[in-house]
Design a protein around this ligand. Structure first.
Ligand code: PEP
Length: 257
C-alpha cells in the first residue's frame, strides 16, 4: 500500500506574511488527516517562516524546496546548497521541474548531478519528468520519459523506495488548466513504474511513489488520484489557496484503491 503524497509547489508566489497565513489556515483544515502525506514547496525566502509555523502549529507537513545546486558551497552566485536547505528543515526538493528545464535550460545531465547530491545529503528528491505537447502528438511520450528517467537516474542506486519520488508532469498540462485524462496519467505512471523496475528492481518499483502533476484541482483530483499507479499529486496553482489545497488532501484521504 503506497501512502499518497499531496505536494504543493508554490513556484514564485507568496511573500512572508502570505506564507505564514497559508500554513496557519492549512493547519486548521487538515489536522485530523493521517493517511496522506502532505508537503509544501515554498520559495527559498519563505522556508524559515514556513518551517517555524509548521512547528508552532504542530502539523504534519513536510517542508520542501523548489530547487538546489549540487555543490555544497563556493563561488556560485545566486545558488543554494543542500546543506543550506537542511539548515532550515528542508526534507524534500523538486528537481528537474519543466520550468527549470525549459526556462533555465537544465539538462538531464545537470539534473542527474542534483539528484545525486540531494540523495548524498539525505534530502528526498522529487524528480520531475514529462513530455511536451508535440512529443505526445508525435507518439514520443514513452521514449521521452525513458530518456529523461534513465539519464536523470544514471549511476544512482536505490535501496529504499522512500528515498525518492518521481513526478510525471506532462508539460502541456502544467499551468494550462488542461489535465491529462486519468487514463493518460495511469498509462504513463505504469510505464514509469516498469522503467523503475528495469533501472533498479521490481521491489523498488512496487513501492516507489509516482506523483501526477498538471492542472490538478479539486474537481479532477478524485479521478486522477483513483488511478492504480497514481500515488499522489504535485500541484501548482491549486496549492496556493489553503481551501482548495486542503480539499484535494481530503479527497486523497478518502480514496481507497
Ligand atoms: C507544477 O507546478 O508542478 C504544476 C503541476 O502546476 P499546475 O498544478 O498549476 O499545473
Amino acid at each position: 500500500m503506497r501512502k499518497k503524497l499531496i505536494a504543493g509547489n508554490w513556484k514564485m508566489h507568496k511573500e512572508l506574511n502570505e506564507a505564514y497565513n497559508f500554513i496557519k489556515s492549512l493547519s486548521k483544515e487538515i489536522n485530523e488527516i493521517k493517511n496522506v502525506d502532505v508537503a509544501v514547496f515554498p520559495p527559498f525566502i519563505d522556508l524559515q517562516i514556513v518551517h517555524d509555523t509548521i512547528l508552532e502549529n504542530k502539523i504534519a507537513i513536510s517542508l520542501g524546496a523548489q530547487n538546489m545546486y549540487y555543490e555544497l558551497k563556493g563561488a556560485f552566485t545566486g545558488e543554494i546548497s543542500p546543506k543550506m536547505l537542511k539548515s532550515v528543515g528542508v526534507e524534500m526538493v523538486i528537481i528537474g521541474h519543466s520550468e527549470r528545464r525549459n526556462i533555465f535550460n537544465e539538462t538531464n545531465d545537470f539534473i542527474n548531478k542534483k539528484v545525486k547530491s540531494a540523495l548524498e545529503n539525505e534530502i528526498v528528491p522529487v524528480l520531475c519528468i514529462g513530455e511536451k505537447l508535440e512529443q505526445r502528438e508525435n507518439e514520443e511520450t514513452e521514449s521521452i520519459l525513458a530518456e529523461q528517467l534513465t539519464n536523470c537516474l544514471q549511476d544512482i542506486s536505490c535501496s529504499n523506495p522512500n528515498q525518492i519520488f518521481i513526478a510525471y508532469e506532462p508539460v502541456w498540462a502544467i499551468g494550462t488548466g488542461v489535465n491529462a485524462t486519468p487514463q493518460q496519467a495511469q498509462d504513463a505512471h505504469l510505464f514509469i513504474r516498469k522503467l523503475i523496475s528495469d533501472i533498479w528492481n521490481h521491489d523498488i518499483a512496487k513501492e516507489i511513489r509516482i506523483l501526477y502533476g498538471g492542472s490538478v484541482k479539486p474537481s479532477n483530483a478524485k479521478e486522477l488520484l483513483s488511478q492504480l499507479d497514481v500515488d499522489g499529486a504535485l500541484i501548482g496553482g491549486a496549492s496556493l489557496d489553503a481551501k482548495s489545497f486542503s480539499e484535494i488532501i481530503n479527497i486523497a484521504a478518502n480514496i481507497t484503491k
